[in-house]
Design a protein around this ligand. Structure first.
Ligand code: CU
Length: 151
């Protein structure tokens, strides 16, 4: 029952997103690399951008020189692939669709690349445009303006 409802919602969501999805090239011209200098970081790249459910991250890298895997925050902080979410993507460039709201963390597992800064955290927001809000888990009175998180 719940599964069917969720499936239907997901299908609707996909239809909605097909038109409005944004493709984000991670690192822009730098691509998915060890940051080449101190003035570049993936957190700087991500800051000020809005990532919506359904958007696509493109990790531009050469196969066999880097890879990308989604990990939980603890593994991102520690630069390990413990408890990886899904499998390591070894072939570049890799397109990853942001399939859920929340914080998503990605690292490269090659050598010490992650420790050298090849790691990305993005905050993904729900793309529901206000009109058809899902009946569950979303407070009805929430405005569409991104709220500043208050502890
Ligand atoms: Cu790497």
């Amino acid at each position: 029952m719940m599964k069917a409802v969720f499936g239907a919602m997901f299908a609707v969501m996909l239809l909605h997103c097909a038109a409005g999805q944004t493709v984000h090239t991670v690192g822009d011209g730098v691509g998915w690399e060890i940051p080449p200098n101190n003035s570049f970081s993936y957190s700087n790249w991500a800051s000020g951008k809005t990532f919506m459910v359904g958007d696509i991250l493109v990790f531009n890298f050469m196969t066999n020189q880097h890879d990308v895997v989604r990990v939980p925050q603890a593994s991102y902080d520690a630069c390990t692939q413990d408890n990886a979410i899904g499998s390591v993507i070894t072939a570049g460039p890799a397109n990853i669709t942001l399939d859920s709201a929340g914080n998503h963390y990605y690292i490269c597992t090659f050598g010490r690349h992650c420790e050298f800064g090849q790691k990305l955290a993005v905050t993904v927001v729900s793309s529901t445009p206000g009109g058809a809000s899902p009946p569950m888990s979303t407070p009805p009175a929430t405005p569409t303006v991104p709220a500043t998180p208050s502890p």
